[in-house]
Design a binder for this molecule. Sequence first.
Ligand code: HEM
Length: 445
Amino acid sequence: MAQTDMKQKAGAEPAVPRQVERNRMRAVMNNIILHLHPTRVPAPALKFTYTWGLGGLSTLLVVILVATGILLMFRYDASVERAYTSIQYLETQVMFGALLRSVHHWAANLLIVTVFLHMLRVFSTGSYKQGRATNWIVGLLLLLLVISFNFTGYLLPWDQLAYWAITVATSLLGYIPLVGGIINHFLLGGSEVGQVALRNFYAIHVALLPPLILLGMAYHFWRIRKDGDISQPQCQENVEKFTTIPYLVQIELAAAVLLIVGLFLWAMSVPAPLEALANPAHPPNPAKAAWYFLGLQELLLHMHPLAALMLPAILLTALALVPFGEQRSDDIGIYFRSRIGKRVALVAALLGLALPPTLVLLDEFWVDFPTWLPSLPTLISNGLIPLLLTLGGLAVIYGAFRKGLKANRSEATLGLFLFLFISLIVLTLIGISFRGPNMAWVWPF
Ligand code: HEM
């Protein structure tokens, strides 16, 4: 007894408390994990190819972004005189500074991809139905937050790319009826992107959006537990169950390690871009928006800005209402619903690949409503008419799935969603590769 006391006084750690400490840590970790997951999960939920881990990977990316973002804040200076040089300083004078910025940059871009794919998975498996409508809408809000994060972060390096992409994007805000001008004035503090805009974007990026997204995610996870954990096919009630620890946790850990290693390797080989210092007098030609807005920028080339903004707003609202228009629940947890659903999905994918480029080329080289209908104001000839034609076209596609392919409501809605999803990708690719000086059509090959 006396000997033990002497050892403890001398600073030597007794073996038993260390074991106790380790057990306590493990208990805390298990507790966290079991707050996020049920204690046992059905075999299908363990299949990686059901969720593709996309929700979990998005979560991990948000954590990486918050951690790297906090470190970046120690060096970044949100003033138009010093923002660019503070990034240069970080990249050249701070140990691992370039890597830190690169990881933050690529994680932010990857997050957009994983969140969109996660949404695609949720839609394709009908996991927004039967009590999951609230979480579907929370998910849509998270998507908007992720886009806002990227958008506000884009300006911060204050290089040519940042300055002109944000100038292009904010100039569109003015077209939103009633509130557009107010939002624009609030963000820019005037008519141009300058010091007020930089300070506001920084404040929104580091002070407003992080707590919002963390709260949104916490609610999203809580709802998943409350809605009876992630969806699965209904007929599988007697299915075998496995304990979350270690079976589910080891899959999640493997996916997390792969993501972290892949992200770091990519960030080391492809540095985050930094162009010349922003120069308000010299716009690049073409002045393109950030890649995730190129689909929208493409629409702007074909429609009046008000119509080009209304279209995504209408589609987003429709997307939020989708769960309320569907009663079927027997197809939840089944990719593409059924055999007919798979056929519809294939046709929708092919249509999504073929129709948007055809329409873009037709409009580029032939269709010209303002010239054909000179007596009408452009808001009608180039706004209302293309908008109604697009919405009418979508209704025809939905009707064709219902009548032509004998799809039920759920399958036809999925078809329409896939068509829009692929169309968005195609429009984005057109914006990246087929638009040159003055945003005119160019062939990249
Ligand atoms: C920051 C963005 C997001 C994060 C971190 C996130 C995270 C997660 C996680 C971890 C899950 C568990 C299952 C899985 O991995 O698929 C999940 C499920 C779900 N998410 Fe998200 N999510 C995000 C955005 C979205 C979006 C954009 C939507 C749809 C618009 C959405 C709708 C849902 C729904 C409905 C479920 C339940 C799915 C089921 O029961 O199978 N989430 N989310």
